[in-house]
Design a protein around this ligand. Sequence first.
Ligand code: 1YM
Length: 653
Amino acid sequence: MKEQETLTYTEEDIQVLEGLIAVRKRPGMYIGSTGSRGLHHLLWEIVDNAKDEALGGYNDRIIVTLEKDGSVRVEDYGRGIPTGMHKSGRPVPEVIFTTLHAGGKFGGGGYKKSGGLHGVGSSVVVALSKWLEVEIHRNGEIHKQRFEYVVDEQGNEYVGKPVTDLVVVGTTKRTGTTVTFLPDDEIFTTTRFDYELIRDRFRETAFLLKKLRMVLIDKRGPETRREEFFFEDGLKSYVEYLNEGKQTLHPVVYFDGEKDDVYVELAFQYNDGYTETLVSYVNSIPTTDGGTHVTGFRNATTRVFNEFARRKGFLKDKDPNLTGNDLREGFLGVLSLQMADVQFESQTKDKLGNEEARAIVEQVIAEKLGYFLEENPESAKVLIEKAVRSAEIREELRKQREALRGDKKGKNAKKKRSISEKFTPPQYKDKTRNELFLVEGDSAGGSAKQARNSEFQAIFGLRGKPLNTEKAKLSDVLANEEFRTILEVLETDIGEDFMIENCSFDKIIIMSDADVDGSHIQTLLLTFFFRYMQPLIAAGKLYIAQPPLYQVKKEGKSKQQDPIYCWNDYELEQALKKLGRGAEVQRYKGLGEMNPDQLWDTTMNPETRKLIKVSLEDLAQSEKLVTVLMGDKVPPRREWIESHVTFEVGEDE
Ligand code: 1YM
């Protein structure tokens, strides 16, 4: 064993480029940033080595501890870094932690599947730390070595100086590697590790590597916090997690297969939604931009579903093939690959480039999916029928949109007028200034029409409650008078065809009563915009009007004082103090109670009104929440609006 160690890691294996001092001079070049991202990058470098050991099948546990002194400890139960001598005459761990190496040779062939280049980042971690300690359990012995950043009395700098030799400090019955380090606060703008961030990553890793247990311990607070992730069912559990709260159409489908040393895993489950979620990974690294494996997957599913649908008569001879798009609606899946010699197409590692992966994935998935459909006729029926329905709806939609586009071109001008009866356009066309008010109720709509500045403000009066778009089919949404009108007047189109550049309004302002119905209407409208016009929210064009809650006034003997409007109880208190005895308070219950002048002054006049800008905090999170909220389970709507759509008050103008 020892002998092999000294033979495996030769000088040629390690391409020495430059000293660690270069890393400290330009940290950004090695870890991207010196902020929180860069800080966590150090941790991922070390954790990746422990993960690689798990990918190789040698390690079943990773424990990360955030220590009180700001250092972090990463412990694995793998084989332990080899402790023998390197050809250079130094112990292998010392070479790993003090030599900046690049290129693919280091350790090449010694491992099969890896998230990166084994051990390549370890020296970067040393270079950007105050100190680092490695402890290796191997061959019955505990070996230890410590590295430090040292500046001597003459001002000479030593980066990653081995301040001890690799020494045996005890005996052990297990194997594994522990690395502890303290990030340098002279390098990083923050050295505080983010518990939640690490936890979320650990959960993801545990889903992807089902034999691996991920433990996170935080000793920094008054009480120790500890969380552990272990998912025996791996990707299947991951899909269940992602589909939580959604109405699903069948049990999770899972299969795996191996070909030419590439291990392919897929889990998926359709829900009753209309969006596709496909998360893909290679060696547990997310491939956000897909790549060859995703292409292979798409080829396989389209082919197999079509063959099956024809053979079983779901598709008749005259029917066209199902397209990839028909199969995407409501699909939620995770595709995970494990393979050696991974090549990424982009610097950011977001896209898999290995050509061979395409055919391998296609073959493995085609075969297993074919079996699955044959063996699970019930699920197969649900899936194929859904896809066939999607194809029909898509066709219907295409026709409707064509009709809609035709209207705009004036071929059908009469029809357009009848749709737009409740819509009062502004006088001038100016997409940088115009505002569209979506107003609850006919009477408020009437007041708003009188109150508005007709030059640039448009009013659309909503009749009753809008359709719940979370539960409706896209074709129903398009058939709905309210939403069709909104679509038509915004001129942006919808869903994947949405084009923000075409938006004919600078602001879309939801104006509803300050009561339960009003907030429900807000939610229904927000759901529509979230589902079908998300870029509009992202662009900061969606607002919620804020009518005041009270008016306070006092009829003076000689002169009439201007009324004071209040938006909350504090303002009311102040107003009452200001006006003194005899002040009268009027509480507005709805927009309809204000006359047009009051409505203008308080809610519509850009000089004096208060608007709330709707923004999205976290897309994935919002996605999960809209589902929970507007889906079949009874929603905590008010709280949702309050906590999951970020309200930034006073963002107007
Ligand atoms: C907490 C960090 O680094 N574990 C780890 C690293 C290595 C091995 C095992 C390992 C790899 C190999 C053989 C091999 C590394 N080895 C090297 C090098 N945990 C952590 N666990 N035996 C043990 O790849 O062949 C670099 S990292 F290069 F020495 F093999």
